[in-house]
Ligand binder design. Structure first.
Ligand code: TEU
Ligand code: CA
Length: 557
C-alpha cells in the first residue's frame, strides 16, 4: 500500500455555529475557531473538518448553500477564513471543508433563474418534471419527510428535492453544471484547503425516469432511497469528479456514504478509489427505525461489536475507513453506545479508546473529548433542527403522545450534538456572552473544558494520552498500518482486538459489562501496559481481570 500523507492523522469535526462565539451574537464563528487552534493542537488533532461555512439561509444549518464562493456573514469574512488557513498551517494542521454538491439552496442564483424558466439553461441544472394527473411526478418521500417533489407555483412543473424543499437537487447529467462545480472545488483547493468531507454524495445518481414504487408507509409514499438503490453508475460520476479536482491536489476526501452496494468498497476507498476514505456508519445504522426515529431500537452491545468488527475486517485488505462515534447528525455516542451503568468517566474513556485505536482515520466530534451528552429539551420548540421537527411529526402521526415523541427526539435528535460546546462552568458554558442560538446543555457546570484541563484524570486528559499514544513514534506504525484481529469474541460484553505490525503486537481489551470479567489467554503473556482508564490492572501470567468499564491497552512482548 502506498503511504499517503493523511494515513496517520487524527481528525476533528467542528460544527462552527456551536463551537465558539467571539462577538456575542450567540453564533460560533471563524475567529472562534482560530482562537481554539492551540487547544486542538494540544489535544492531538491534525485535520479539522468544518461543517459548512458558506453563504446560506440556514434552513438546514448551512447544508443549503446559496453561494459556494462566499463565507456566511454569521461566521465572518473570507479574510477570517484566510487567517484560519494560515494559522492552521503554522501549526501543521489541515483544514477540510464540507462539500455539499448533491443539492444547493433554493436561494442560489442558479435555482432562482431556473424557477423563472424551468425549460431554460438553468432549469436543466436541476430536475424539473411535469406532474401526473395533478399529482407529483412520482411517489418519493424526501429524507426529511413529505414528498420529494415541490410544485413550482403557477406552472405544471415540480422540482426534485431529496432533503428539504429548500434544497433542490443538482442535475449531474448536465456538463455545464458539473464544470461550474469542478471550478468551484478547484478554487478552494487552490486557496489551500487540504480536502473535503463530501456530503450525501451517494445520492447524485438519479433514475431520470423517476419511477414510482410500492408505498412503504401510510402516507402512500416510498422512501427516495429506493430510487437511489435502483440505479447503477454512480461510480462513473465519482471518478470524473475525482479526476477533475481532488486528484490533482492530492486532496484528502472523506465521503458520507450510506448503503453503498456490495463489492463497491474497493472502488470507493481502494488504493485508486474515488475517495481517500469514508465514514463507517455500520454501528450507527443499527439504530435506523423501519418507519422513522419513533420505531428505532436501542443498540445492543453484540450488534455494535459485530458491526464494527465486520467493517474492520472487510476494509483492511482494501483501504481505510473513517471511524466515528458521533457527528452533527447523530445523538451523542455516550448516550447511544453506552448502557446506563457505563455512562460515567470510565465508560466514556473506554468507548473513546476502542474507537480511536481501530484501524482507520479517527474522527472526533466537538465535545466528544470532554464526554458531552444528549441534551434534555422541555418541548419541541426548543429544537431547531428541521429533521427533528419532521421526525416528531411522524411520531405523533404514528400515534405517540407528545411526551413519547419528545423522548424519541431526546434519544435521536441531531440537535443533541449541536448544542453549544461547553468551555467553562460560567454562564452559557463560556460559549457566548450573548444569547446562544441553541440551548446549552444544563450539565455544563460539571462537564466543561476548563475543569477538565485542570484535572489529570478527566476525560479530556485521557483523550490527550490516547491520541498521543496513537501518534507516538513507537506505536504510530502499528496503530496506522497494523492489521486488526478480533479477540475474545465468545465473551458477551468484551470488546477486544489486536493490532499487529511486523515488529509489534498491541491488544485493546474493554469490558462493556456491569460485572468484572476474566479473560484467559491461551498461553502465558508478558504485557506492558500502555494505557489504562482505571487505577489498577489485575494481570496474571495467563489471565487478566477487567473491572466494569475498564479498558486496557497493552503491548505483548
Ligand atoms: O446528511 C445526509 C444524510 O443522509 C443524513 O441527513 C440523514 O438522512 C439524516 O441525518 C437523518 O437524520 C448530510 C448532512 O450530514 C446533514 O447534516 C444534512 O442535513 C444532509 O446531508 C443534507 O445536506
Ligand atoms: Ca459570533
Amino acid at each position: 500500500m502506498t503511504k499517503k500523507w493523511w494515513h496517520d492523522k487524527v481528525a476533528y469535526q467542528i460544527y462552527p455555529k456551536s463551537f465558539y462565539d467571539t462577538n456575542g451574537d450567540g453564533i460560533g464563528d471563524l475567529k472562534g475557531v482560530i482562537s481554539k487552534l492551540d487547544y486542538l493542537k494540544e489535544l492531538g488533532i491534525d485535520i479539522i473538518w468544518l461543517s459548512p461555512i458558506y453563504q446560506s439561509p440556514f434552513v438546514d444549518q448551512g447544508y443549503d448553500i446559496s453561494d459556494y464562493y462566499k463565507i456566511s456573514k454569521s461566521f465572518g469574512t473570507m479574510e477570517d477564513f484566510d487567517t484560519l488557513l494560515a494559522e492552521a498551517k503554522k501549526r501543521n494542521m489541515y483544514i477540510v471543508m464540507d462539500l455539499v454538491i448533491n443539492h444547493c439552496s433554493d436561494k442560489h442564483e442558479w435555482f432562482q433563474k431556473a424557477l423563472q424558466e424551468p425549460e431554460g439553461k438553468y432549469g436543466d441544472y436541476f430536475y424539473f418534471r411535469k406532474g401526473k394527473n395533478g399529482n407529483p411526478p412520482s411517489n418519493y418521500r424526501s429524507y426529511f419527510g413529505g414528498s420529494a417533489w415541490e410544485k413550482v407555483p403557477g406552472s405544471d412543473y415540480y422540482y426534485l428535492h431529496m432533503f428539504a424543499k429548500e434544497q433542490p437537487d443538482l442535475n449531474w447529467n448536465n456538463p455545464q453544471m458539473l464544470n461550474e462545480l469542478y471550478a468551484m472545488i478547484n478554487w478552494w483547493l487552490e486557496k489551500g484547503v487540504a480536502g473535503f468531507r463530501i456530503d450525501a454524495i451517494i445520492n447524485i445518481k438519479k433514475d431520470p425516469d423517476f419511477k414510482s414504487f410500492e408505498p412503504d408507509g401510510p402516507d402512500g409514499l416510498t422512501s427516495i432511497w429506493r430510487m437511489v438503490e435502483s440505479v447503477e453508475g454512480v461510480g462513473e460520476l465519482l471518478e470524473d469528479l475525482k479526476k477533475n479536482t481532488f486528484e490533482k491536489y492530492q486532496a484528502f476526501t472523506v465521503a458520507e456514504v450510506f448503503n453503498m452496494k456490495k463489492d463497491e468498497l474497493i472502488e470507493f476507498v481502494g488504493e485508486n478509489g474515488h475517495f481517500s476514505t469514508m465514514f463507517d456508519f455500520s454501528a450507527h445504522s443499527l439504530s435506523f427505525g423501519e418507519h422513522g426515529w419513533y420505531d428505532s431500537q436501542p443498540i445492543q452491545f453484540k450488534d455494535f461489536r459485530n458491526a464494527l468488527f465486520h467493517s474492520q475486517l472487510e476494509c483492511q485488505e482494501v483501504g481505510f475507513l473513517a471511524n466515528i462515534i458521533e457527528n452533527h447528525d447523530e445523538p451523542r455516542g455516550v448516550n447511544r453506545y453506552l448502557p446506563d451503568y457505563a455512562r460515567n468517566d470510565a465508560g466514556i474513556k473506554m468507548l473513546g479508546t476502542i474507537s480511536v485505536l481501530l484501524r482507520g482515520i479517527p474522527f472526533l466530534y466537538q465535545g466528544q473529548e470532554i464526554g458531552m451528552q444528549n441534551c434534555p429539551m422541555n418541548s419541541i420548540e426548543e429544537y431547531d433542527d428541521i429533521s427533528t421537527r419532521g421526525e416528531y411529526k411522524i411520531a405523533l402521526e404514528a400515534g405517540l403522545s407528545e411526551e413519547e415523541a419528545l423522548k424519541v427526539c431526546y434519544l435521536n435528535s441531531r440537535d443533541n450534538a449541536r448544542t453549544p460546546m461547553q468551555w467553562t462552568d460560567s454562564e452559557n458554558a463560556g460559549f457566548t456572552t450573548g444569547i446562544p442560538w441553541l440551548k446549552v446543555n444544563p450539565n455544563y457546570k460539571s462537564i466543561n473544558v476548563e475543569n477538565q484541563l485542570k484535572d489529570e484524570n478527566s476525560v479530556l486528559s485521557y483523550y490527550k494520552k490516547l491520541l498521543a499514544l496513537r501518534k507516538s513514534e513507537n506505536y504510530k506504525e502499528v496503530f496506522t498500518y497494523g492489521t486488526f484481529t478480533p479477540l475474545f469474541e465468545n465473551m458477551e460484553n468484551i470488546f477486544a482486538y489486536e493490532r499487529n505490525s511486523n515488529d509489534k503486537s498491541v491488544i485493546i481489551l474493554a469490558n462493556f459489562g456491569s460485572k468484572e470479567a476474566i479473560l484467559h489467554f491461551e498461553k502465558t503473556v508478558n504485557l506492558s501496559i500502555l494505557l489504562n482508564n482505571l487505577e489498577k490492572a489485575f494481570i496474571k501470567e495467563d489471565e487478566i481481570t477487567l473491572l466494569p468499564c475498564q479498558v486496557i491497552v497493552a503491548q505483548c512482548n
